[in-house]
Design a binder for this molecule. Sequence first.
Ligand SMILES: *Cc1c(COP(=O)(O)O)cnc(C)c1O
Length: 419
Amino acid sequence: MKDKEIEKLIKAEVVRQSEGLEMIPSENHTSTDVLKALGCRLTDKYSEGYPGMRYYGGCEVVDAVENLARDRAKKLFGTTHANVQPYSGSPANQAVYFALLDPGDTVMGMDLYFGGHMTHGLKVNFSGKWFNSVLYQTGKDGYLDYEAMAKMAVKEKPKMIIAGATVYPRIFDWEKLKAIADSVGAWFLADVSHIAGLIVAGEHPSPVGLADVVMTTTHKTLRGPRGAILLCNGKESTPLKKVERQRENLPTLIDRAIIPGLQGGPHNHQTAAIAVALNEAAQPAFKTYGQQVVKNAKTLANELTNRGYNLVTGGTDNHLMLIDLSSKGVLGAEAEKALGKAGITVNKNTVPFDPRPPFSPSGIRLGTPALTTRGMKEAEMVQVAGWIDQAITHSADDKILNKLSIEIKAFCKQYPLPA
Ligand SMILES: *Cc1c(COP(=O)(O)O)cnc(C)c1O
């Protein structure tokens, strides 16, 4: 690379990722094939529109790329339609609002401080500013409270209900959520950004066939490049023709919301990399991967519980866990910092009904997707739990944290990033 300043930083990031344990549950390590697709000439090409109907010439090749990505997405998730153009998860959610709602309409989403995403109606987000958002919380036990949600829906009459989370360690009951949406005639958006890889692996039920629209990011458990996919069923899309807001027209409504509604040219290198990741996710090895992600999370959760940690809902069904550290007398931010010094990357997080403010919450969130990609299994999770416990117990002792970081660095050499 001629740009030595950036080259040095890229190398430094690779070293950081290699020598430490990435335990932020929304992160993963992509394959070199995905990286190759991301760093290729497809990025040079403009192609506003959809395959076969572009506003630019020279789109024969990118048409084939996008068709492949769409076909693979439809096959993997079992829908008749897929839009692979969203730049990332947040714009993909924005497109669903644009497709199905008008400004000022009521939407019902999960409160950010209970595990929802900003785009599910947070008041400082577009979804809470341009729409009338009403936010549901979990019960005291950290589980979704479907009865309270059903009551809220009847009272608020939302036009759309969003389910899905950035921090929810349990299974979503899609049937119950669909029944709640149906009871008030609301659209139902399932945001499976975090769990898409687990759905593909058969480790979490799929909302396809129940939710009107399914949105997933492609870079979390699905292990692809940054990006997102919108999935739905209905009549074949006619992006050049305006249609009514009816269920059968969802493919057209979604496509028209992405362009001309919200975005310009698709990122063709990103589309190619998504196609590569979807093909990888369709292989038998990915099923094994998804199963191991969950086994690892359950092992880690048990080990931490045995060491006296208080896990929200008492454990996990998926790839992540939320730890309430208040009984340990350590703040989330302190734990995040101490673990960081030891070489374990996590993030501080609010816990349900957190008495502390969001910028200094009581908990931390951690997960197993990235470590599992590196080949770690249950035995390694036992070891990792021990390190986490030591780092949190000695969060003010830099000497111990430094010793841990040396141990962890040596351990990580056995588990290289995908080659
Ligand atoms: C990550 C995530 C998003 C947004 O994805 P970005 O690509 O970061 O914009 C949306 N919803 C949920 C539930 C997520 O976890």
